[in-house]
Design a protein around this ligand. Sequence first.
Ligand code: FYU
Ligand code: NI
Length: 334
Amino acid sequence: MEAAVQREGLVIPLIDFSAFLNGNPEQRRETAKAILHGFQTAGFIYLKGLPITSEYRKHVFETSAKYFRLPTETKMSHCWTTPEANRGYSAPGREKTTSLTDREEVQRLRDTVPDIKESLEIGREDEPGHPNHWPEEEGELVGFKETMLGFHTKCKELHIEVMRAIAVGLQIEETWFDDYTDVGDNTLRLLHYPEVRKDVFRTNPSQVRAGAHSDYGSITLLFQDARGGLQVRSPTGVFVDATPIEDTCVVNAGDLLARWSNDNIKSTIHRVVEPPSRNDEDTYGARYSIAYFCNPNFKSYIEAIPGTYAAEADRKYEGINSGQYLVQRLTATY
Ligand code: FYU
Ligand code: NI
C-alpha cells in the first residue's frame, strides 16, 4: 500500500477509492480493508480516484474565495448563531490574541493582525428551524447557493460510501450504516486563512492557525489547497506534516466514530500551522480549505457497532444521541 505520509511511526495510506466504488468484489474487499486499517492505525487516510473531478473541485474553491472577498460587514450579517444551528459566518481567530496579558501588546496585535481564520458553515438546506445564511446572489456570487448545495450533496454521498467501506472492513452488512447516513446531518465548512504578516508568528511562536483538536463526528473530509499546513500527531507525540497531494481528499475519523467503534477506530489529534515559507516576502500567502464534517443522523442513538466488542462487559461507552453529542461538543468550543 502506498503511503501519503510516513514519519515518526505515523503511516497514512493513500488509497484509490475508485477500486471500492467500481471494483470487483475482491478489489472492493481489499480496498475496504485498507481503509479500515488506516482508520484503526493513523486515524487518517488520503483518498484518490474520487467521483469529484478536479474541475468541479476548482470551481468550488473559486466560489468559496469569492465569498470571502465580500466586505466584513456583509459577512457579519451571515453570522454563526448557535451550536444547534451550526450555520453561518465566523471569524474566531481574534480571540487567540487575548491569551497575551500585556494590554498594549494585545492592542498592537489587534491593529496589525488580520483574523487568523474565517469560515462559513453550511448545513443541509431542509433542516426544520435551521436555515442556511446565504449571501445575496449578485455580482460574483450568482450561483453560490447552487454550487455549495451541489457540493454538500456530493460529499454526503462520499460519506455514505466511506461508511460502507468501513462496514465491509468490519465484516458487517455493507449497508449497516446507511440508516445513519441517509439524512445528511453534515456541515460544509468553507475556510479562509488570510494572508498574514510573518511577524505575527515571530512575535508569538505558539500562534497556530487552528489549535490542536480531534474532530467530533463520524468522519471529516478535508479538501486542502497546495499550500499545506495540516499536521497530524504521531504515536511518538510529534506533529507531522500531512502534505497536500493533488486531487486527493484527506479523511479522518472523529470522536463519535471512535466511541461508536468501541475505540477500534482512532480519532487523531491534528492542527493547522503555517507551512514553511518559500519566499522572502514579509507575509504568508492566503490558504483556502474546505472541510466537510460528517455526523450520524442527529436523531440516531449511537452505541457500540456489532462486532467491535466480544462480551457485553467489553463495551466501553454508554449509548448517546448523535445530535446531542455534537451540540455538547460545539458548545464547548464556541
Ligand atoms: N465543527 N465538527 C467538527 C469540528 C467543527 O468536528 C463541526 O461541526 C472540528 O473542528
Ligand atoms: Ni479538525
